[in-house]
Design a protein around this ligand. Structure first.
Ligand code: PLP
Length: 384
């Protein structure tokens, strides 16, 4: 199998699997219990919180564990809007993940004014538009750090500067950036930041929201005192332990992995550019997480390419996993200015820690043949 869909999810790192198994066998206590078996689990959860915080340059009290990256995004946006009822405007971008866009749509129905900042052809947000969109009633700017479909990295530090001048809070969805680029909350200057464990070789169903100390947001789940009363409910201890271990492994080997992944991705990109006529690369040429390659193959339906590759046990994606069942073209690619039929001809290949040279060689043998065959069937003539 050649797995090139690491932006959808990553395989569990063996060290994470081992740690989770150890925890499952050795511990069952409730971290809220005061006797030793509860205390022991509380300590393990605290250690995981400290590790996730350290990987971000944050303090452990600034990390709230959530049920997913999606929940972290929902929490950040609704938590701020609820805490600032006198300000009922937010700003986001047209290329956010649905975890942000759908919350924005929901809030619009509740009377919140939402401004969607457009992007250029590389997927970078229009900073002048963003600056002009800020009003005294703006509560929050939520702009993702790295895009899941094309990988483009946004100029978050500049966005923070613009926001701070006007006293506006900034949230960034760093789900796809974490582990693939430098994510340090001090350097970025953001107030809130979302993460998800299953994108960094950790388990599914656990995420985290970083909330800078001193920022007042409303609780997301009401109930007990867990997560400092901000997200009540007995903790997903297994997931949290796995998340902590995934963050530890990331700090240990992340830099080396990234160098390897970037080389492999560059070789794959070059090979596709050379071997497939009219393949069009989407995304920023430089400012992007380099594991992500999005190509359009004019004249074809991406799904046909995906399924043909799958028969060779090569797994790629047609866009975000959440829109896989949708017939519609990707909202991200349309925002970059692609025509719908070109957007629908696009596939995303996202590399990860476990990819090898052989994987890339295999894709570069199979993909050009598949494209030629499919183009013959669809009678596509590449224009000169
Ligand atoms: N944000 C981005 C940019 C993503 O790519 C994803 C997942 O694909 C999410 C949020 C949602 O994360 P989760 O799958 O943990 O809900």
């Amino acid at each position: 199998m050649v797995y090139l869909d690491n932006n959808a999810t990553t395989p569990l790192d063996p060290a994470v699997a081992e740690k989770i198994c150890w925890f499952l066998k050795e511990h069952f206590g409730n971290p809220s219990s005061l006797y030793p078996i509860g205390r022991a689990v509380k300590e393990i959860v605290t250690e995981a919180r400290e590790t996730v915080a350290k990987a971000l340059g944050a303090h452990r009290n600034e990390i709230i564990f959530t049920g997913s990256g999606t929940e972290a995004d929902n929490f950040a946006i609704r938590g701020v809007v609820d805490a600032l009822p006198e300000k009922n405007e937010i700003i986001t971008s047209t290329i956010e993940h649905l975890a942000v866009l759908r919350v924005a749509n929901y809030l619009e129905k509740k009377g919140v004014k939402v401004t969607y900042v457009p992007v250029d052809r590389f997927g970078t947000v229009d900073l002048d538009f963003l600056r002009d969109a800020i009003t005294p009633r703006t509560a929050l700017i939520s702009i993702m750090l790295a895009n899941n479909e094309v990988g483009t990295i946004q100029p978050i530090e500049t966005i923070v500067e613009i926001a701070k001048e006007k006293g506006v809070l900034v949230h960034t969805d760093a789900v796809q950036a974490f582990g693939k680029s430098d994510v340090n909350v001090e350097k970025l200057g953001v107030d809130l930041l979302s993460l998800s464990a299953h994108k960094i070789y950790g388990p599914k169903g656990v995420g985290a929201l970083y909330v800078r100390r001193g920022i007042d947001i409303c609780p997301f789940v009401h109930g007990g005192h867990q997560e400092r009363g901000m997200r009540a409910g007995t903790e997903n201890t297994i997931g949290i332990v796995g998340f902590g271990e995934a963050a530890r492994v990331l700090m240990e080997r992340g830099k080396k992995d990234r160098e390897k992944i970037e080389k492999l991705a560059e070789a794959l990109k070059k090979g596709i550019d050379e071997k497939i006529p009219k393949a069009k690369f989407n995304g920023h040429p430089e400012n992007r997480v380099k594991n992500t390659l999005n190509f359009s193959f004019p004249g074809l339906e991406a799904e046909a390419v995906l399924l043909a590759l799958a028969t060779k046990s090569i797994y790629v994606s047609t866009g975000s996993a959440c829109s896989e069942e949708s017939e519609e073209a990707s909202h991200v690619l349309l925002s970059l200015g692609l025509r719908p039929e070109i957007a629908r001809s696009s596939i995303r290949m996202s590399l990860g820690r476990f990819n090898t040279d052989e994987d890339i060689q295999l894709v570069l043998r199979e993909l050009p043949e598949i494209i030629v065959k499919l183009r013959q069937i669809s009678a596509f003539e590449p224009e000169e």
